[in-house]
Design a binder for this molecule. Structure first.
Ligand code: ADP
Ligand code: UDP
Length: 237
């Protein structure tokens, strides 16, 4: 399978067409951004790690009954995926207070919830990805009520699966962001990526941050953290 025209260049990935109108190739970059693109940098080797990790996790999720866009890993940085119409919602699941939850609601980082929370942001860079609820999403015609129910159902399965998976790797899954898309027949599938860019992952023993917060907060050893969390995953499977 070969790349054809570039369809899109995002902050972390490029998307290419292929000879098959139903398939895209995504190419993972080392570019890192935070705070809606205001902070920019490079995390050397990140693209390779995120590509591999996302593909391994999506294959695991498929087995657990969550349909995904994953088709085939081509090389270190490139993967064939099913082309979808992205549902312009960022779905965020949280198990532990951190990041914007701590800031918005005045809760200390690290407070463990009895049950996971779910929230939606409207995926729109110009508006700064504002927080919205189900009713807003429906009013804005971002998704139908049925699609939102499917997205919620899959998101909680992803959380259960990923929490258990990472626990076995000695890593605590704090929170994460998912994106879903629609295939040409309307089927909802998990798309985009699952990686240390999109999840908060803490060492279960020490609480050390092994994710993009090291970049966001200038904590240092960013590359080491990505490599460490990838090593934990590959040692486990
Ligand atoms: P951003 O757009 O936020 O800068 P990326 O750099 O990760 O993000 O770009 C990848 C883009 O590709 C995202 O906009 C994402 O929604 C989109 N995307 C992810 N998976 C698919 C897919 N299977 N089909 C079509 N678009 C996808
Ligand atoms: N997240 C993401 N992309 C975004 C916003 C958030 O991948 O555009 C992830 C982030 O890595 C974290 C979770 O979603 O794992 C919750 O992020 P939060 O709302 O706390 O935002 P932030 O702290 O980044 O402002």
């Amino acid at each position: 399978m070969e790349k054809k025209e570039q369809i899109y260049e995002g902050k972390a990935k490029k998307v290419f067409g292929t000879e098959n109108p139903e398939l895209f190739i995504v190419s993972y970059k080392d570019d890192a951004t935070a705070f809606n693109g205001i902070k920019k940098g490079t995390i050397v080797g990140k693209g390779v790690i995120n590509n591999r990790m996302s593909n391994l996790l999506m294959q695991h999720l498929e087995k657990a009954g969550v349909p995904t866009h994953y088709v085939e890993e081509l090389n270190d940085r490139e993967t064939v995926v099913k082309k979808v119409d992205i549902v312009p919602l960022e779905v965020i699941i949280r198990n532990i207070a951190a990041g914007s939850f701590s800031k918005n609601y005045g809760v200390e980082e690290g407070v463990v919830f009895e049950n996971p929370t779910i929230e939606f942001s409207y995926k729109n860079d110009d508006l700064g990805d504002p927080l919205i609820n189900d009713y807003h999403a429906i009013a804005l015609k971002l998704a139908t009520p049925e699609e939102i129910e499917t997205i919620k159902k899959y998101s909680f399965i992803v959380n259960d699966q990923m929490k258990a998976f990472w626990k076995e790797c000695g890593v605590t899954l704090v929170d994460f962001k998912l994106e879903f898309g629609k295939l040409s027949d309307g089927t909802i599938v998990l798309a985009d990526e699952i990686s240390p860019d999109t999840c908060r992952l803490w060492d279960s023993e020490t609480g050390e941050k092994l994710d993009k917060d090291r970049f966001r907060r200038d904590l240092g050893n960013v590359e080491d953290a990505y490599e460490e969390v990838m090593k934990r995953l590959t040692d486990h499977i």
